[in-house]
Structures are given as C-alpha cells and as structure tokens.
Design a protein around this ligand. Sequence first.
Ligand code: PMV
Length: 321
Amino acid sequence: MKLRQVTSSAPGKVILIGEHFVVEREPAIALAIDKRVYVTVRKGVKGVRIHSSCYEGEVDLDLNEVEGVKGYFRAIFNSLAEYREIPPLEITIRSEIPPRYGMGSSAATAVALTRAVAAFLGMELDKEEIAKIAYEAERMVHGSPSGIDNTVSTYGGAIIFRRGEGFLRLNVDFSPVALLVAYSGVPKCTKDLVSKVKELKGRYPTIFEPLYHTAGRLAIEAARALEEGDFTAVGELMNINQGLLSALGVSTLRLETLVHKFREAGALGAKLTGAGGGGCVLALVPRERVEKVLMAIKPYSEWIAQVEVCETGVKVEGEGV
Ligand code: PMV
C-alpha cells in the first residue's frame, strides 16, 4: 500500500543542568517539553522541496550543497539515502518552538523529519538510528554537538545524558512544580558560543577543569533530587549551575536580569537554558506561585511560556493513503 502522506512530530527540550559542560563529557539533564515540531511528507515532483515557517521561502535541495540550512537537510537525506533511494518529496515543517531560543528546535526538526521520511518510504528505523541521523544534521549547524538535544527529542521524558556513554531515563513526578521559560530578546548562536567557551577553557585549563568536574557533580546530585521530589534542592542546584555558566562567559545582562527577577518573584531556581549569549531563561516554580511569578516577569520578556515535561519522544502522528 502506497502512503499519500505521513506526519511525524518530535519534542523540543530545555536543559535543566549542564549545558556546555556536557560538550566535554560531563553529565547533564535535559527535559523533553510539550512544544513540538511537526513534519509532513508527501510525494513530490522533482528533488526534495521543503516548506518551513522557520526558514524564509522554500528550500530546494541541491545534492552538492553542504553548508548552512541546506547542508543540515542534506545531511539527513544523505544518511537516509544509505538505506533507500530518495524519490521526489514535498515536505512541510511546522514548529511550535521558535528557532534560536535554546529550546532544541533544530534537533526536533531533524528527528521528526527523519521519522516522517522513513515512515513515508516504508523504512524500518529504530530510535537509535533516528537519533544518529539527527546528530549528523546537528553537526552541520553546531560543529561538535554533545548529542543531548537529538537524544532527548527522540526518546522524550527527563534524561541524564553523558556524551559517548548514552543516557538514563529519570523517573520524576513534576506535578508540584511548573517550568517557565522566558526569552531574553536576543537569538543565540550555539556554534559561536561553544567555540568561545572552548577558547576560554583552553587558556585557563587548570581553573576550568575543577569547574567542569563540579558541573558534572551538579547533574548527578540534581538527578537524585529530581527522583526524590526534592525540588528545593533542584532549584538550588540550578542556581549554582547558573553561576558556573556565568563563569564560562555565556550569560548576559538580559539573562541575568531575568534570572534574578524569577528568583525574587518566588522561583525555586532560575538559569539560562541552552547555549546562552541570548535565548531563554528557565525557572522552576511551585505551581501555586505560577500566576504571581508570571506577573512579575511579564515586563521583562516579550515571550514567556509555561512548559510541561513530555514523556513521548518522536512519533508518527498520522498516515494517509
Ligand atoms: O541552545 P541549544 O538548544 O543549541 O543547546 C546547546 C547546548 C550545548 O550544551 C551548549 C551544546 C551541546 O551540543 O550540548
């Protein structure tokens, strides 16, 4: 039976503890969230044509193009072509996650796209293969990503991840707390920030090594606190993590302002999330204080969202014949 179209989706993420440190193999904690990217695949006329609300106009893929946005899509199709010849396709991407907010929109796009194309072409791909293909696409835009974004987007839930080792799913009851995310007004660029951090660390290795070790301990301690439901401790550990991220040079005045406004208003913890330099601040807030905190933050951010942890990773939403 030939399918006429397939829609697949994958969640975005927030990093609760350990961004940047995770690039150098320290453990980190990421949460899949209930904001998703949806990808629909249909039969096309010529080549692969991509329509996306995130990119201007349409993208016609050129087999020889390996840079930028096209390089990112190209990486996915090159990987998929190892399994099967790719026929002409028409692809539509719809995202609930704004790009460059630090909420994993590019990884979620790669994961959902891989799943949708595989389903459309009747290819059997397991989650490990999907995460791997998405990682190759992430490499095109980020240089040397840790792999945390494509992993959490593929599998969903709350995970503790270590580069080169894999991940463990955490068993957490988030019902007493809410996660609030506020945009700093400045889009972030992961690749630039990761190389800036690498450069600084390279200049002061003996100072940064213990700091990285501390960040790894933070993630392990936070994983324990999450599973025990000790959100006061989780909040404190997020605050300590923010201090370490500041030391790496990835915080900004806008991010710090949001962090401190969140804490003043009653958040248990607040920190930048993702690469920093812009993007968003993540706050952990007891549910009964959400309204009050939202009111207090409103004057300082043009985009604030309450997100829930989403246990479902990549999935096929629907198929039509
Ligand atoms: O801002 P994002 O969503 O691209 O997250 C970046 C996370 C880093 O740890 C800074 C990079 C990585 O590859 O893990």
